[in-house]
Design a protein around this ligand. Sequence first.
Ligand code: PRP
Ligand code: HPA
Length: 177
Amino acid sequence: NADPNADLRALVRTIPDHPKPGILFRDITTLLLDPAGFAATIDRMADTVAGPFDLIAGIEARGFVFAAALAHRLNAGVLLIRKRNKLPGAVIGVNYALEYGEDRVEMHADACAPGARVLLVDDLIATGGTAIAGAELIRRAGGVVAQAAFVIDLPDLGGADRLRAAGVEPVTLMAFE
Ligand code: PRP
Ligand code: HPA
């Protein structure tokens, strides 16, 4: 019953009290700095998902790193889901609730062909608000959100369950309580 990803888990750094007191922040920058660790992360994500995919959608900012490497590995394109007012062309957007206030993700309205099979990717799923908003965007653009992949799940925050209830199956490499 050994954790097959214990080696990668050990490369994630935990920073207490960031961004606020009481939060244990799971920091993937240390995983990215490790060549073998980053390569194994992409290999294992690629082996876990059920392709084929036309596009890998990465969520700004840390999601971009994993999405780009996975797209290269899976012979798919990269779709950028960005925070508000970053994209130059005509966009569609979805607002979502944060603990305090609201955020918004956007994508180019023409980025996704109707019926395209899209894998949604981010570094981490917490409440699931960001991923659910990203999935909603892709669907509005006519794409099919075939699956979602995350390096880290924070199961206590319920995001993976919420995403599944929204019709998208999440796969994750590791969980932190
Ligand atoms: C973090 C993380 C996910 C999101 C997860 O991003 O990378 O995108 O929060 O939280 P949720 O499941 O509760 O929505 P952050 O907003 O810190 O953006 P960044 O990658 O640009 O730093
Ligand atoms: N790490 C990185 N991003 C996050 C976290 C975390 O622990 N919680 C919510 N977003």
